[in-house]
Design a protein around this ligand. Structure first.
Ligand code: NAD
Length: 216
């Protein structure tokens, strides 16, 4: 198992905990992405970042960065790993998308664009990979209890004009029927289903774990 992140301390902890091989990489550097190992059976595209601002104030460099890390890097990783998977006749691509791959929210133009793009790419990989035993799917969580969510509380409060302590109820949990954050472990368990024994026929799908957000 190869774990890739730019956070070297986090990778070292993961290597100790899960026995993963740590491969520190800044995923916005596409040349560095192209130097990562390509003999991967199961590719999980998970790295991501958020920026909250209205479009007329959205820093264009930030927009490019988010597209690069969350759409172009997964493309680069897939295009290099797929020949290995095809040669084996088995492979899995699991894309950690978001409810924002299926729905938009104001002030998240780059993130929503990147996730919608990832949805499209996942389906293309599914169609191309099917005859080679390769599946590709997206998981679409609502808000998950992670640092990415904690970091956006202040920005969400500012852009929505509400106090930070109101963001959870008024913004994050407002569209969901299950009124709690998703736990990271739930996403990991769901990902494991997509490369587990019952996964052969699940492909090209966008699988919601959004507490009912997209039921509206
Ligand atoms: N937290 C949520 O509410 C939520 C909801 C739906 C989907 N997601 C998705 O889940 C995935 C994981 O997000 P998270 O909530 O755990 O966020 P997080 O900020 O806790 O973790 C993101 C990880 O990506 C890494 N990363 C960011 N930019 C990178 C770069 N340029 N190069 C290398 N690594 C980089 C970070 O170092 C970090 O370890 C993301 O794709 C995110 O969009 C999160």
């Amino acid at each position: 198992m190869v774990a890739v992140d730019r956070d070297e301390a986090g990778l070292a902890a993961l290597a100790r905990e899960a026995g993963a091989e740590a491969a520190p990489c800044e995923l916005s550097d596409l040349a560095a992405v192209d130097a990562l190992p390509a003999d991967i059976d199961i590719l999980v595209n998970n790295a991501g970042l958020q920026h909250v601002a209205p479009i007329h104030e959205f820093d264009p460099d930030r927009f490019s960065l988010i597209l690069r890390v969350m759409l172009e890097a997964p493309f680069r990783l897939a295009r290099r790993a797929l020949p290995h998977m095809y040669a084996r006749g088995w492979g899995r691509v699991v894309n950690i998308s978001s409810v924002h791959g299926l729905r938009a929210s104001p002030f998240k133009s780059a993130y929503v664009s990147a996730k919608h793009g990832l949805e499209g790419m996942s389906k293309v990989i599914a169609l191309e990979g099917a005859e080679h035993g390769v599946t590709s799917n997206c998981i679409n969580p609502a808000y998950v209890r992670t640092p990415l969510v904690e970091r956006q509380l202040a920005d969400q409060a500012r852009t929505h004009g509400i106090p930070p302590e109101a963001v959870l109820d008024k913004v994050m949990l407002e569209p969901v029927a299950v009124k709690r954050l998703v736990e990271p472990e739930e996403v990991a368990e769901f990902a494991a289903v997509l490369y587990g024994p019952a996964s052969d026929s699940i492909t090209g799908a966008s699988l919601s774990m959004d507490g009912g957000w997209t039921a509206h």
